[in-house]
Each structure stands twice: as C-alpha cells, then as structure tokens.
Design a protein around this ligand. Structure first.
Ligand SMILES: [Zn+2]
Length: 310
C-alpha cells in the first residue's frame, strides 16, 4: 500500500489525498468528493458541508435561502481563549456563513418543501440562538405554507458560549415543531455524523420520520462520559445509527447516494402525492462539490527532496 509513504500529515501532497477516519485507507480527494465524501473502500460517511448537502438534496437552482439576516450575539461576553464575538467574526469570515444552519425553500424531484441543514464547519454545528430561531421559523413557515419540513442535523450540541440561551432553543424548536404537527404538518429529521447533545435531545428526535446516515454517531452525552458514569463497558456499536435502528430509536438508515430518492418518496407519502411518480427520473441534483475553504497546506521551503513527479 502506497499510503505508508505518507506517515506524517505534513507529507500529504497539497491535500490531494485524504485518510479515511474509519478504515485508514488513502482516498484521492477528487474521487472522494465525487462520491459525496463517502469512503470508496469501507463506505464511511464523512461529515458533509451544509452547502454541499443542499446541492446534493435539492433540485438544481430550486433552493431559496431564508432568514439570512439573523445574526448571533455575544450576550454573556463569553471568553474562552478567544472572546466569543471575535470567534464568531473569524468563523463567519472563514466559512462565509452567518451561523451553523442554512434554511430555505426548495423542491426535491419537483416536490416543494422547507429544507434546513446544519453546517458542522461553523463551530461544530453547535446550536445557539440563531440555529434555534431558524429551526423554529422554518417550522412556522412550513406550517403556514403547508410545506413538509426536512431537517438535516449535524451538531456537537448546544453552544456553550451562549449559556442558557442556547439551552432554551431546545424547548423553542420542539414547541415550534409541535405546533406545526398540530396544524397537520409533516417533518423528516435526517441525523448525520455526528448528531449529539441538545440537538439530539430536541428537534432532531421529534420529527415524524427519523432517518440517519450509516455509521453516524447519534447520542446525548458522549460514550466516554456514559462509560465513566455507569462504570460499565458499553455494548459494541453503541450510539451508532445501526445500533439505534435495532433499538427502535430511528426509523431507517439511508445511504447518502440514495438520500435524495428516499426523501422524494417520503415527501410524496407525507403530502399525499404519488410515490411512484416521485421516483421517475428528474433533473439530477448538482453533484459538483461546493467550494469549501481548502485545508491549510504546509509549504516546504527545503529544496532537494522531491516527492512528486511533474
Ligand atoms: Zn474507509
């Protein structure tokens, strides 16, 4: 295997190769991105950036973003090495996003819906005031327009920088979803790797249909915390989608490559459309990866040692 040549991370040539977090195999970046960040060897589903998720899910050009003016505020003057307001500014510049959730209307195989996608690149997809407010508004908008709602979760949990305000979002998002459901609305939650903490314990778990990507870590507290607390060894596969499916916590595991088709079918069921028609060929979603900020590449000032042929 050639990958043993790249023992150290700094030896990776220009970010061309990516090491699989699961099987350790070396993946050619271009091929890896064409497979929507799924390992070609073991099928491990890497975390997908929010915009890429939208491009993969919605019909081309159908996504119309909403609630963009909502901006996070540092109410507590929280300081953790870098003050929270500075951290927000830096992350906003780096990601080009205002916060960790992108919401709007879209069509999937022609079926109109409300789509909200968490972006792990923004402070670990943590839920603060903006994420919570956008989920709540997405549910309200979906109810008002009688649109089905799809929520893609990908989060490290509540955002500690916002203290109790971030915890309050759990109640708010669940309240908004409950009102939407009472009005006859239909919702789908897709839990992706990782979905943890306050997000699992709120909106991601209270939708009509709970889907998950294969191998996703889904839980409230982390496995190490639980193992230390209960002083017991945890069962194999604990907190992974397959384990949760077996225990009845989620309804279905869907491969990333099939997600769009499956969502279209569920949207058809949920809105009284013909599910067979929803499976007919439709304009393909753009599979081109969205440009994300490249990983920092270490320039090698040393001469003489050539690792790559032109
Ligand atoms: Zn792999």
């Amino acid at each position: 295997m050639a990958w043993t040549r790249f023992g150290k991370k700094k030896d990776m040539p220009g970010g061309l190769w990516i090491k699989c977090e699961s099987c350790g195999g070396m993946l050619f970046r271009k091929e890896f991105e064409q497979k929507h960040r799924v390992c070609g060897s073991c099928g491990y589903h890497f975390t997908l950036p929010g915009r890429e998720r939208i491009a993969l899910t919605a019909d081309p050009g159908s996504f119309e973003e909403m609630f963009q003016p909502l901006m996070p505020v540092d109410r507590l003057g929280f300081n953790d090495k870098v003050p929270y307001d500075q951290k927000l500014k830096l992350t906003q510049e780096k990601t080009g996003e205002t916060d960790a959730l992108i919401a709007g209307t879209a069509t999937i195989k022609g079926i109109p819906c409300m789509l909200a996608v968490m972006n792990f690149q923004f402070l670990g997809g943590s839920m603060g005031m903006v994420v919570g407010e956008k989920v709540a508004r997405a549910a309200e908008h979906a109810a008002a327009r009688k649109l089905p709602l799809i929520l893609f979760a990908c989060s490290g949990g509540a955002r500690m920088h916002e203290g109790a305000v971030s915890l309050m979002q759990m109640a708010k998002t669940c309240g908004a979803l409950a009102l939407m459901h009472r009005a006859g609305g239909f919702s789908i939650s897709v839990m992706t790797h990782p979905t943890t903490g306050g997000v699992t314990a709120s909106f991601a778990s209270v939708c009509d249909l709970l889907l998950a990507e294969p191998g996703a870590l889904i839980g409230f507290a982390g496995p190490r915390v639980i193992a230390t607390t209960i002083k017991k060894e945890l069962p194999k596969g604990f907190q992974r989608s397959e384990f949760l499916l077996e225990k009845g916590q989620i309804d279905r595991i869907v491969q990333r490559a099939q997600m769009r088709d499956e969502l279209a079918r569920f949207l058809a069921y949920g809105t009284g459309r013909d599910p067979v028609a929803a499976f007919k060929p439709a304009p393909q979603a753009t599979h081109e990866p969205i440009e994300v900020p490249p990983a920092p590449v270490e320039e090698k000032p040393k001469r003489g040692k050539k690792s790559k042929k032109e």
